[in-house]
Design a protein around this ligand. Sequence first.
Ligand code: S6P
Ligand code: ZN
Length: 190
Amino acid sequence: MQLHEGTSFIHPFLVEFDLDAGIMKNHKGHTVRKASAMKGHYKDEAALDRLIANGDPLHYEVFECLPPEEYGQIFFCISKLMPGKVGDEYFMTKGHYHTVAHTGELYLCLRGEGYMLMKTADGQFDAQPFYRGAMVYCPPYWAHRSVNTGKEPLISFCSYNAEAGHNYGDIEKEGFVKRVLEVNGKPVIK
Ligand code: S6P
Ligand code: ZN
């Protein structure tokens, strides 16, 4: 067997999920973001401050499986975004470009409802709906952010190139072109 330089030989393995609870049982990474991790992302900063003062609730958590961070390996995760609003804006993830910008990502929605917002560095915008069974293909170069517009957790499975990395800084500077707000009880992208 000839190995490619920089890509380790590893053995196959199995990972078990609780798809309804949005949990990866034998995960390697676990990212937890509370409201206080979301400073600077919502339109209504005072509403976010009130939420933080009022117990700083869980916003979302991500369970990750992280094989070696090398060309040819695949990272995957299950993410669980809680329902709620900051002012009239639905709970969302921070959102990011990949550090290796020319890497895409697959998101399969397992439970809940919402949107995947996507944008490019030159200001193009796209939104695709999330509902059980919807798989969103996020191509290379597109930043991505999930938004939960429902009343239950939004749970999705995602998979991406192990070398992709996260670039949060550009989104912190640029914002996301559009927001998902509740207007007359319904989600509106504006
Ligand atoms: C990684 C992938 C997800 C997100 C997760 C949380 O490329 O897109 O694992 O990391 O949904 O979002 P964020 O924007 O806080 O990393
Ligand atoms: Zn990503």
